[in-house]
Design a protein around this ligand. Structure first.
Ligand code: SF4
Length: 236
């Protein structure tokens, strides 16, 4: 029996949409696309149902929504899960660009090849890169040993003219203060000059792994900045 061939437009890779936000993309009125599944397994992940669950929608299913909002909303935030595990992302960005949307990509940085193509072809306008750890602790934190890929993505962003930010979600069960300083030192060595966000873990309904709700250190009060980039604090 021959297998039915499914086009990229029909493949279910999207968990859900948030139809409107002003908070995620530099105050641009935007819709958020939550891509299903992820190639990391961070214990503090807020979205276990997206990371482990089955996708609900294909691009075809959400196409009319984007068409009908194209004069009302300016931006699309692509997040998840991890959008770059889906090769269909390239075609989705092309379609959204043809409707004149500005596109923000949230990524864990494990697919440098796709990120480079999206930047080179001007299919994305802004990137938020999650910085989860260094060579010595990335596997412990995310269950994958792919620091090289993350670093490649960071290098691509640093060499490009695209605007981007780097961010880390902090919990005192996961990172020591010394871990955070090592990450800051790494960014300084890389010549990073933009904004770095330290986001406080906030107790949520459920997480991917077991983690206490008690975050003991208020980083905004203890980090001594000697860096050439801006450190911003969220939710401390
Ligand atoms: S927090 Fe980790 S597991 Fe969750 S979506 Fe982000 S990279 Fe994936």
């Amino acid at each position: 029996m021959s297998k039915e061939i499914i086009s990229w437009k029909q493949k279910k890779i999207i968990d859900s949409l948030t139809p409107f936000t002003l908070l995620d993309f530099q105050k641009t009125p935007s819709v958020i696309v939550w891509f299903s599944q992820c190639n990391m397994r961070c214990s503090f992940c807020y979205n276990p149902e997206i990371v482990l669950g089955k996708a609900n929608y294909s691009f075809n299913d959400i196409y009319d929504f984007f068409l009908s909002r194209k004069n009302l909303l300016k931006g699309v935030v692509l997040c998840g899960g991890e959008p770059t595990i889906h090769n269909e992302l390239y075609d989705i960005c092309k379609e959204l660009k043809s409707m004149d949307y500005n596109i923000k990509l949230d990524t864990n940085g494990l697919n440098p090849r796709l990120v480079k193509i999206l930047i080179d072809e001007k299919l994305i306008d802004f990137v938020a890169l999650d910085f989860k750890g260094l060579e010595y602790n990335l596997k412990k934190i995310t269950k994958v040993d792919k620091f090289e890929e993350f670093e490649k993505t960071l290098d691509i962003l640093l060499k490009s003219s695209i605007d981007f930010e780097i961010r880390t979600t902090y919990h005192s069960d996961i990172y020591t203060l010394n871990d955070i300083y090592k990450m800051l030192d790494f960014l300084e060595l890389k010549g990073y000059k933009k904004r770095y966000y330290l986001q406080n873990f906030i107790s949520h309904k459920s997480t991917l792994g077991k983690i206490t709700s008690d975050n003991k250190t208020n980083l905004s009060k203890v980090i001594k900045s000697k860096y050439s980039f801006d450190i911003k604090y969220r939710n401390f």
